[in-house]
Design a protein around this ligand. Sequence first.
Ligand code: MEV
Length: 307
Amino acid sequence: MISFSAPAKIILSGEHSVVYGKPAFAAGIDKRLRVSIFGRKGFLPSQWSIVEKVVLEYLSDNKIKFTKKSFSVRIESDIPKGRGLGSSAAFAVASTGAYIKFLSGRSFDKQTINNLAYKIEKEFHGRPSGIDNSTSCFGGLIFFRKEFEFLKVISRLNFKIPDSISNRLYLIDTGKPKESTKDMVEFVGRRFNKNPLKTRIILSEIERSTKQMVVSVVKEDQRLFAESVKKNHLLLDKLGVVSDWLKRRLSFLEKYGAYKITGAGSRKGPAGFVLFIDLSGEGDSILKKTGFKYFRISFDNRGLVEL
Ligand code: MEV
């Protein structure tokens, strides 16, 4: 048996703007998806044909020896699906790691696995930036920018979210959005085409607040971090990816800290996971009032691992 696992991710800042070449700041978190491959014929997940196509193409194109044999796949995951935590990216990364090793008997570097996982993500979502698979593959804190389709700058930052911030961070599960990530990326795309000037200004402001957030982490400045979360929320709202439903339920949190969607967001109803930084020190009692499930965030530093 060959088994690989990859973590979920949260986008701290820069969702959507990252699709337009702006930077994004993301982190691996300690929820994982594990892919195990067994050497006998049996169950294959529905999206497996995409993994198969991408990996086989890579091995053939690079004249890497491999043996095709019967197999079955088992997926185990504690990453909620379709809620902005990158479950499909973790699937793409862990599947690639496991399948390429199963076929070739060799381990590959994370850069190669990440490039292949990106190809798989493109088949799933149409026009992803690559931040989801990169964060899942490398883990830790990632500063990401897509310069061209063939050039993505993926910097794994060698610092951590300081305790003074991470101890106050929560993820709130507002439920599965009706729209997919692809729908939401397309929605922003239509908006951009209709009103490029105005949208460009919003995207540039998001870039500023992403950089401000990175500075807040380096300086261990909790207030500055909260300020950039708040700014992010307002800008994502301007972009049209924060539903009124969500604002009605969560705007009271602004009295106690700051919140934002993390991931693609939604036009109507639930928005997947929402990031909240509690400045009041009463996080639990406040969050109970939302009626949603929530948890504290614990970060993952490992990215893809072979088990
Ligand atoms: C999805 O997790 C993040 C988006 O920016 C899409 C992408 O970057 O591919 C909305």
